[in-house]
Design a protein around this ligand. Structure first.
Ligand code: SAM
Ligand code: SF4
Length: 483
């Protein structure tokens, strides 16, 4: 039996599905001469006018090594982030559902050949306990994470999503958006999960470089099929999931190659379906049980900042996610250069949110977790630091719930939208957190931030309405008042 048969997958690709990553072309773009400064500045200006960059233009930014121009790339990304996203940062938490896996990815603690790993799958009761603990901390947005295994078929994932939505802890606890990070499905599988009301489906290609992909993914596994995975987002789109998240695992091959792979993938979706990816993730490889890291491809902190800045400029309307794999100082630095979503209070151990281990204090047990986490702060510690830096934490889920996803999301990502919708929704969801979950110190600081953000709203009618809603949340049980 081959891997697809074992997983009961229909191997049909998307309509016209084909491999659109040309390694030689990407390599030739990266390894040609640096381009003159005038051209680099033109490209930064194009992006600042909120235009997506081509693969060639992105390569020009990546090739540039002049420290002064590299600084201009960072500054450009900082400016663009403020223009498109303002000072909002969306918060979520990952929730690991199962560590069974039939694949053998060299870099992952869950690979099947790692017999050290303690394999666990949350049953419905354990899942509910985890969701309750996350709601009690103040979370509204989760991403459910799965290994690839016959047990984690589409129905299992859909059931997990429904169970998650159904948990309501206390008076105001609820999860309003459930995203998924799981292996690519076939069309029927994507449709099944879509029916459960998911937000974004994330699939990371891991590496876009074909030879590396073949080397790090055990032969005869489902994951070793490069095209099946690359085509996953196309099948998701054809199955009605128009909200997809791309990613590459940085540390497997040349980081600049992966950036061009990600941009090629984003442009492919935009060209074929008129919808770009909602998010891009760029995890750096972390220590994990049974995993050796190849120092050749490790991405330095300096290169990592450039990577984020170049991605920000290349895909102005795509959300960039930076996870707790990274330590606090890197997270704080990179928020400025274009990150729009981070996780907070992250725990990777299956069942660990409800076990009540003290935040930040517990040692990680890599035999039970996929990889090492760099930022172990609690959600409230993350909130406090954001507020101290005048970043505006948001738990907003309005676009997805009002159907403003996919093509519609793109339409709305225009000047004025942020001011009219996103900032007000960030303020009301922050107010909910402060009133329902925050300790007094965070509450006081958060209220001060809300006051200063309110003062910046120029439209008097809108400002009055936001004030009314903030007051309602403070004095009544009214919640979830989104624009
Ligand atoms: N099993 C699903 C799949 O492979 O598509 C879900 C993915 S896995 C649970 C989530 C992501 O974690 C992977 O796609 C990979 O990019 C990342 N990952 C795996 N091992 C890692 C490591 N050692 N350090 C950092 N990230 C890692
Ligand atoms: Fe399994 Fe995903 Fe880990 Fe690969 S990355 S071993 S598919 S859990």
């Amino acid at each position: 039996m081959n891997a697809a048969e074992m997983l009961k997958l229909d191997p049909t690709l998307s309509k016209g599905g084909a491999d659109f990553i040309d390694d030689q072309r990407i390599a030739s773009l990266l390894f040609s001469e640096p381009t003159d400064t005038v051209r680099v500045r033109e490209i930064i200006a194009k992006s600042l006018a909120k235009n997506a960059l081509s693969v060639e233009e992105t390569a020009v930014l990546l090739r540039c090594t002049d420290p002064q121009i590299e600084q201009e790339i960072l500054e450009g990304a900082r400016t663009l982030k403020r223009r498109v996203y303002g000072n909002r940062i969306v918060l979520f938490a990952p929730l690991y559902i199962g560590s069974l896996c039939v694949n053998d990815c060299e870099y992952c603690g869950f690979k099947r050949s790692n017999h050290e790993t303690v394999r666990t799958t949350l049953d419905a009761a354990a899942l509910k306990a985890e969701v309750k603990a996350l709601e009690d901390a103040g979370h509204k947005r989760l991403i459910l994470v799965f290994g690839e295994h016959p047990r984690y078929d589409a129905q299992f994932i859909a059931d997990s999503v429904r169970t998650t939505y159904a948990v309501q802890s206390g008076e105001h606890g609820e999860i309003r958006r459930v995203n998924v990070n799981a292996a690519p499905m076939d069309h029927a599988g994507f449709r099944t999960v879509r029916g459960s009301g998911i937000g974004t489906w994330q699939i990371f290609q891991e590496t876009y470089h074909h030879a590396t992909y073949a080397r790090v993914h055990g032969a005869n596994t489902m994951k070793s099929d490069y095209l099946w995975r690359l085509d996953g987002m196309d099948r998701a789109m054809e199955s009605g999931i128009d909200d997809v998240g791309l990613g590459a695992l940085f540390g497997l091959y040349d980081w600049r190659f992966e950036v061009l792979g990600l941009v090629s993938h984003a442009l492919h979706l935009q060209d074929k379906y008129r919808v770009g990816p909602h998010t891009i993730s760029f995890p750096r490889l972390q220590a994990a049980s049974g995993v050796e890291i190849d120092p050749r491809w490790q991405v330095s902190d300096k290169d990592f900042a450039k990577l984020v800045a170049v991605l920000r400029l290349a895909v102005p309307y795509t959300g960039l996610i930076l996870t707790a794999r990274e330590p606090v100082h890197i997270r704080n630095q990179l928020i400025e250069f274009g990150v729009s979503q981070i996780d907070g209070g992250t725990k990777l151990g299956l069942g660990s949110y409800s076990e009540g281990a003290a935040d930040g204090a517990q040692e990680q047990d890599l035999k039970r977790e996929q990889f090492h986490v760099g930022d172990t702060r609690s959600l409230d510690q993350v909130m406090q630091e954001l507020i101290n830096k005048s970043e505006l934490p948001s738990f907003c889920t309005a676009c997805y719930r009002l159907g403003r996803t996919g093509e519609h999301f793109m339409e709305f990502a225009v000047p004025g939208f942020i001011k009219k919708f996103c900032t007000p929704n960030a303020l009301t969801t922050l107010q909910e957190y402060l009133v329902d979950y925050a300790p007094p110190e965070t509450r006081a600081k958060g209220q001060a931030l809300i006051a200063s953000e309110l003062a910046k709203i120029e439209d008097a009618k809108l400002k009055g309405e936001v004030e009314r809603r903030l007051e309602l949340i403070r004095t009544s049980d009214a919640r979830d008042l989104y624009f």
